[in-house]
Design a binder for this molecule. Structure first.
Ligand SMILES: Cc1cc2nc3c(=O)[nH]c(=O)nc-3n(C[C@H](O)[C@H](O)[C@H](O)COP(=O)(O)OP(=O)(O)OC[C@H]3O[C@@H](n4cnc5c(N)ncnc54)[C@H](O)[C@@H]3O)c2cc1C
Length: 411
């Protein structure tokens, strides 16, 4: 009798795409069905979104799923998952469709949270997707343009920017933003020295997950670029024209038309709604084979799984590949090898052509760090896309405004 095992992957990001790609290359029993359901028709490379916000092309962050997944072997379905019904072995989509599975891979990634801070959701810009990065870029252009004709004082003018969150995203956005805003200011006849960027971090240091020496060096680099780094300071309210801050012994208000929120993420809320056991960051607790606790036919991958290095693209790719292998072994009755967390390489850009990279005990800064970062970008592209497409994305240097067809459709 024909095997009709249904493998369903939900989420077309790093982990989901890698899992689908690897599965499509495995010798699975005849009749095995592989489907991937994602709410976007394209894959997004988050690692370069900061450059999109600062005017670079979105071409380097967008790959249509159909160009990177073998559609002869994998059905790609464009739908938004609304519910995971694990007791019924099925998933519901916003289209009204029901997707049944024998094996489920949950790769839905993370989502932004605002910790209930008043006004933040309404007023702050985010960095979690291409459309949000483009929205931010457009807003920056408008804010700077408005200054050219404005009679407002410098304080409320659009040249003040507040980046909230001293993690890797906040640091790279702040570094790129300051140069970009100065360039735009000059273009619009404003004095570039009026550009002011604050980076606000609630902890006592930036880059809390990275080695302390490394973080100190990055802190100094931000200061050298003229960025005001405020640690031990939390945002308590956000308004259209500024933010309220609370530090150890101070409360203050910063006037700014642009607030960028990079500080809050959690695992996709659908896994909590489905009743999986959750741990830190509301990620799913997983067993040694990345199964969700208590569910041998459900795997958790990437940002939704509580693993040592979860929260990084490199980990999500690794998880996707591991799970594809585990599924193939299960279907052919072979033993599974345990999941071994793989260390990650940190490379954080701070301003054009400069990055800090931490590889094991070796730290590199400046141009060399930048090349390490670019190499890492290239490795990720090659892991996701065919060589020609990876190379095209790596070399994409067009100015703002160009969108690939898929991103255009979805804007
Ligand atoms: C701005 C930014 C910069 C980053 N920079 C780096 C970096 O430099 N290096 C690094 O290693 N990591 C970086 N990361 C982290 C990295 O992007 C994540 O760890 C990685 O994306 C996790 O992969 P994933 O597959 O778990 O989730 P994702 O890649 O986020 O994929 C989730 C997928 O699920 C889809 N989806 C979500 N909800 C639904 C739904 N309801 N129905 C259907 N589909 C859905 C999404 O559209 C997406 O395709 C960065 C993240 C951000 C936000």
């Amino acid at each position: 009798m024909k095997n009709e095992h249904k493998i369903l992957i939900i989420g077309g990001g790093f982990a989901g795409v890698k899992c689908a790609q690897k599965l499509s290359k495995q010798h699975l029993p005849e009749g095995t069905q592989i489907r991937i359901v994602s709410n976007r028709e394209h894959f997004e490379y988050h690692g370069a979104l900061y450059r999109v916000a600062a005017g670079n092309t979105p071409l380097e962050v967008c790959f249509p799923l159909r160009e990177i997944i073998d559609t002869q072997k994998v059905d790609i379905i464009h739908d938004t998952v609304t519910k995971i019904e694990k007791k019924k072995n099925q998933v519901k989509g916003a289209s009204g469709s029901t997707y049944r599975y024998d094996t489920l891979v949950i790769a839905l990634g993370a989502q932004t949270i605002y910790f209930g801070i008043p006004g933040l959701r309404e007023n702050a810009h985010g960095m979690k997707s291409i459309d949000r990065a483009i929205g931010l870029k457009n807003h920056i252009i408008e804010a700077i343009e408005s200054c050219a004709h404005s009679k407002e004082g410098k304080e409320t003018c659009g040249t003040n920017f507040v980046v909230v969150g001293g993690g890797a995203t906040g640091v790279e956005v702040a570094g790129e933003l300051v140069e970009y805003a100065k360039k735009l200011s000059t273009m619009h006849g404003n004095d570039p020295s009026n550009v002011h960027v604050d980076l606000v971090e609630a902890q006592n240091r930036i880059l809390g997950l990275m080695p302390e020496e490394f973080a100190k060096k990055m802190h100094r680099r931000l200061q050298d670029l003229g960025i005001n780094v405020m640690t031990d300071t939390a945002i308590t309210e956000s308004e259209a024209q500024g933010v309220l801050l609370k530090g150890k012994n101070m409360e203050s208000k910063i006037a700014a038309k642009t607030v960028i929120w990079t500080a809050g993420v959690r695992a996709n809320a659908l896994i909590e709604e489905a009743g999986f056991t959750l741990g830190r960051g509301r990620k799913a607790v997983v067993c040694k084979h990345l199964h969700a606790q208590g569910h041998k036919n459900i795997f958790m991958a990437g940002d939704v799984a509580q693993t040592t290095y979860s929260g990084m693209a490199q980990t999500a790719l690794y998880d996707g590949a591991y799970i594809a292998d585990a599924i193939s072994r299960t279907l052919s009755g072979r033993a599974l090898s345990p999941y071994k967390p793989r260390g990650v390489l940190y490379a954080v850009p701070v301003g054009p052509g400069w990055a800090g990279a931490s590889v094991g005990s070796l730290n590199m800064y400046g141009r060399i760090g930048w090349w390490v970062r670019r190499l890492l970008d290239l490795i990720v592209f090659i892991k996701i896309a065919p060589l020609d497409k990876a190379w095209r994305a790596f070399g994409a240097k067009h100015e703002a405004g160009e969108l690939c067809d898929h991103c255009k459709k979805e804007e």
